[in-house]
Each structure stands twice: as C-alpha cells, then as structure tokens.
Design a protein around this ligand. Structure first.
Ligand code: NAP
Length: 508
C-alpha cells in the first residue's frame, strides 16, 4: 500500500509532506490541497501547499527560497562529483523505482485514473529512462572537443581550444498530470547526470505519485538539496517558482500554461513541451485494418489524454466509409469503467475536463456532425465517441479535447489534408502527425509538408522510445526533448583556450 511501510516517512497523518534539503518536511503554512480521485470524485489524498504571495505568508515564501538556496549550494559540489558516481546513483534510483512499481502505480490509478496495467508500465518505463539517461550521460558528457586555431584565416597554430559541457545550475521541472512520473523523470535524470540540481513542481493531480517517485531518489542516497519537490497548485505557486531568480532553466510540459510561462520567465533556457492536435492523414492505398488499429490505440489509449493522441483523422473520401466502419467495430469492443479493472476507457482527470469535452461534443452536434455512437457520460466517465463528417466550422476540428472523442474529416485531396494540418486556427497542430500509405515516396513528401515536430509513417504518433528526439514546432514547444537532447539542453559549452607563444624558432 502507498503511504505505509517504506513510504511512511513521507506522510504526516493523512497529509503528504514536501521534500527539501534531503528531508520530508511539514510546511509551516499548514494549508493542504485536496487531490480528487477522478473515478469516485472524492478526496483521495492531501498534499501540503507552500503558501506564497497569494496569502502573503512571508515565512512560507522563505521556505521556497530556502529550497532554491539549498539547491544552489548542493549543485556546486554535485557538479564536481565524478560522472560515474552520478550515473551510479541514478542507476540505484532506477532500480528502487522499479522495485516499488506497485505502490506508485496504485497512486497513478487513484489520482489520475490511469488503467492499472498502463500505470505499472509508466513506472517501469521511467526506471528504464533513468538508467538509459545515466548511460547516455556517461557517453556524451565524457567527451569534449579539441580545436586548433589555424583552420580560421589569419591564425597560426598558437591557440588550442578545449571545450566541455558544464551544468546550468538549478533546473525547475514542471510536468503535467497525464504522465506525472515519466515526464518528471525525463527532466530529473538528464538534469542530475549533467551535474545540475533540480526542483520539481508536480501537477496537483499526480503529486502523490510524483512524491513517491522522489522518495525513490531519496532512498538511493542523493546528497541533500540535489532534488527537491515543492507541492501546491500551479495557479498559486507557479509564478513565484518560474520567475524565481534562483532558477537557471525551466523544463515544462503541459498546455497553454507554457506559453504564459515563456512570456514571464527571465533570461533562462526554456524546454517547453506543449499540446498537440495530432493529425492522422489516411490515403486511398492505406492498409485500413492497420489504420483502424492505430486509430484505436492512438486515439483512445488513456482515454485520449495524451499529447500524442490521434486528435483528428483526415481520410480520403473514397475510403472513409470502410475506415469508419472498421473503427466503429473496434470501438464497440472497448471496455469502459474504473481504472482498477484495467478498462480501456476510464474517467477523465477532472469534472472541468469532462465539461470541456462535452462542450466540444455539443458544438459538433449543433453543427451537424455524424455521431457514430450515442454520446454517454457518467460523472467524469465519457464513453468513446467517433464523430464523422466533421467540418472546419466545428470546434472539435481544431481544439484538443484531451478525452475519448475523435473527429473524422473527409478530404478529397492530399493537399486538403496538409492544409488542415498546417492551418493555424488553433495553435497546437504542430506536435506530431501521422500518414498512412503504402507509397513511401508520397509519405516522405507529405512528412516534409506537414508543419509538425515529428511525422510517423504507418503508425500512430508516439513519444517513445524515449531516446528519440521529440519536439513540437511553433506554439507546440521550444527546444527538443528525448534523452540526448535533454542532457544537451541542460548543459552549456565551456571553452578553455591555451595560448602558446608565437614561435621564434622551428622545432624539428
Ligand atoms: P497544464 O494545465 O498546462 O499543467 C501543466 C503543469 O503546469 C502542472 O504541473 C500545473 O500544476 C502547472 N501549472 C499550472 N499553472 C501554472 C503556472 N501559472 N505556472 C507554473 N506552472 C503551472 O497541463 P495539464 O492539464 O496538466 O496537461 C495536459 C496538457 O499537457 C495537454 O495540452 C497536453 O497536450 C500537454 N502535454 C504535452 C506533452 C508534450 O510532450 N508536448 C506531454 C504531455 C502532455 P497544477 O496541476 O497544480 O495546476
């Protein structure tokens, strides 16, 4: 059980503590934030909130300042800790994380209604990501460059330049609710292997899973201050954290919040992974069974609450009827219910999210979309729904529902599909996309034309494997993630130049 045995030290009664300076602490604010179970819609957990400017409690602001101060001090000696030792600790944390996959997965089920098997997969994948990052860090941070000066016009060979990668300092990591463990470690591991310290602000729904994950790093024996976890609502503590002068880099994953953060943050590197309206373009020659299977997996896994979920199908009219029938048949087989039963479709994360999805469905109904199933909702649980004959005047054609509702737009040419994908009525069409065709030449031309960070050919969009580069264009993000890119992003190049005297004689 989460919160018992090994994990008992992170609880104070029924309230989760925060983690700073190598210790589990009670906030002096004594204010708690309730975490609502999406399935029961009742309070499942409570986490401590660091009260900041909103309540004008100076001491609590000081607590956050102390976290930053301790992170800054700890980072100095961490940067000098041998690379192999940093890697060793990360491997240890990865092993502890995988060992405790069951209690952490249980939190994911209760906090964010992740289906039971997927919850375990998220924790195991996170352990693998931490280990892979440790190894990749040893590979790429162990190498520098050596340059000589006489390759640039006007120079003799009198300067030798040595470059290496150095850490940035304190990294602020803010992941979203849908992968609170995996998207946290995808920031923590590269930050730590590169010699940075890290302050985590977990999503409110997902905070308890994240605290348990941080506890695994605590058990691995990282020096105090290298990793901290500050809980509280983003709307209350977000600005204070993202504008804090002690932060040297922000790695954020989430929705439009990221756009606001990028406008407020100071002159620090930003890694922004924002939303996507991932398009699936289907040509006449596509293997329609393969497409249907990918639409189900891509569009409805975790009830569509994935940045890389298929969020609009753009199918050639000539094959649309057949494809829609195949998808309908597969939707009929999806199980709908509680995450504990490992159902395919589980409640969406919050009531406001369910209301938002319902708004998109009502708008589509009023404007004449074809409902392939009856619209059904019970609390936060929304039954899977395919909307055919969606037109560009409907909100669902452009907006990210983040739920189990998928629009189908029938197109008459490839250009029409690409045009929809690249049109900027809404900002987030630019994360990933996919194209289904047996003609690889055509697929590559379409990939080149789609303004998205990644295009998958003959498969649904996906973030993994985690060492692949992953990025959004335009308002879908800044920078690129994936293990190697994240390590590089959280470092800076340092040069040391050895200047030799101008030779007055010739050697040899
Ligand atoms: P969100 O509402 O933007 O929240 C993301 C994180 O930001 C949460 O930890 C949230 O904390 C925090 N936050 C809220 N207000 C803040 C503020 N003013 N300053 C700093 N932090 C603040 O997103 P979400 O609903 O959790 O996640 C869904 C979105 O994430 C979707 O749009 C999805 O496409 C996107 N996403 C993108 C990727 C990618 O890699 N591109 C991956 C996964 C998800 P609280 O929970 O306390 O509010």
């Amino acid at each position: 059980m989460a919160g018992t045995g090994l994990f008992a030290e992170i609880l104070d009664g029924d309230v989760y503590k925060y983690y700073a300076d190598g210790e589990w602490k009670k906030s002096s604010s004594a204010k708690t934030v309730a975490i609502i179970n999406p399935t029961t819609r009742k309070t499942q957990y409570k986490v401590q909130v660091k009260l900041l400017m909103v309540l004008k409690i100076a001491c609590t602001q000081e607590e956050v300042n102390k976290v930053m101060e301790s992170a800054k001090t700890a980072q100095k000696s961490w940067a000098k800790t041998p690379l192999w030792k940093r890697a060793e600790l990360l491997h240890k944390a990865a092993a502890i994380l995988k060992e405790h996959k069951a209690p952490i997965a249980e939190c994911l089920v209760k906090e964010i209604a992740k289906p039971a098997k997927d919850a375990v997969t998220e924790v195991v994948r996170s352990g693998d990501l931490v280990s892979y990052t440790a190894e990749e860090g040893v590979r790429i941070l162990g190498e520098g460059k050596f340059l000589v000066s006489d390759s640039f016009p006007g120079n003799e060979r009198t300067k030798y330049c040595l470059t290496s990668k150095i850490p940035l300092g304190v990294i602020l990591a803010i992941p979203p609710f849908n992968y609170p463990v995996n998207l946290a470690v995808s920031k923590i591991a590269p930050a730590l292997i590169a010699g940075n310290s890290l302050v985590l602000k977990p999503p409110t729904q997902g905070a308890v899973s994240a605290l348990h994950m941080v506890h695994c790093f605590h058990l691995a024996g990282f020096p105090k201050g290298i990793i901290s976890c500050v809980t509280g609502k983003g709307s209350e503590i977000g600005d204070f954290l993202t504008m804090h002068p002690g932060v040297n880099c922000i790695s954020f994953t989430g929705g439009d919040t990221g756009i606001a953060i990028s406008k407020k943050a100071g002159m620090v590197p930003l890694q922004m992974e924002l939303g996507g309206k991932d398009a699936c373009i289907v040509l006449e020659d596509a293997d329609l069974d393969l497409v249907a299977a990918n639409i189900i997996k891509g569009g409805f896994s975790y009830s569509g609450q994935r940045c890389t979920a298929v969020k609009v199908v753009l199918v050639m009219e000539s094959v649309a009827d057949v494809l829609v029938d195949k998808v309908k048949a597969k939707i009929a087989k999806l199980t709908v219910g509680p995450p504990e039963d490992d159902c395919d479709i589980t409640p969406v994360v919050s009531e406001s999210s369910a209301n938002f999805i319902e708004g998109l469905v009502k708008d589509a109904k009023e404007k004449g979309a074809t409902f392939c199933q009856e619209y059904k909702r019970d609390g936060n649980l929304i039954w899977p729904l395919l909307l055919d004959n969606v037109r560009p005047d409907m909100r669902i054609a452009w907006e990210e529902p983040f739920g189990p509702v998928l629009p189908v737009i029938r197109i008459n040419s490839i250009e029409e599909g690409i045009h929809h994908c690249n049109a900027s009525n809404f900002v987030h069409a630019t994360l990933q996309g996919c194209v289904f065709t047996k003609d690889v030449n055509k697929a590559i031309l379409i990939s080149d034309a789609m303004e998205t960070g990644t295009v998958q050919i003959n498969s649904a969009p996906a973030r993994g494997p985690d060492h692949f580069p992953f990025q959004g264009l335009k308002d879908s993000g800044i920078g690129s993630q994936g293990v190697t890119n994240s390590i590089n992003m959280m470092t800076k190049i340092k040069s040391t130049v050895i200047n030799l005297p101008t030779p007055s004689y010739t050697m040899g």
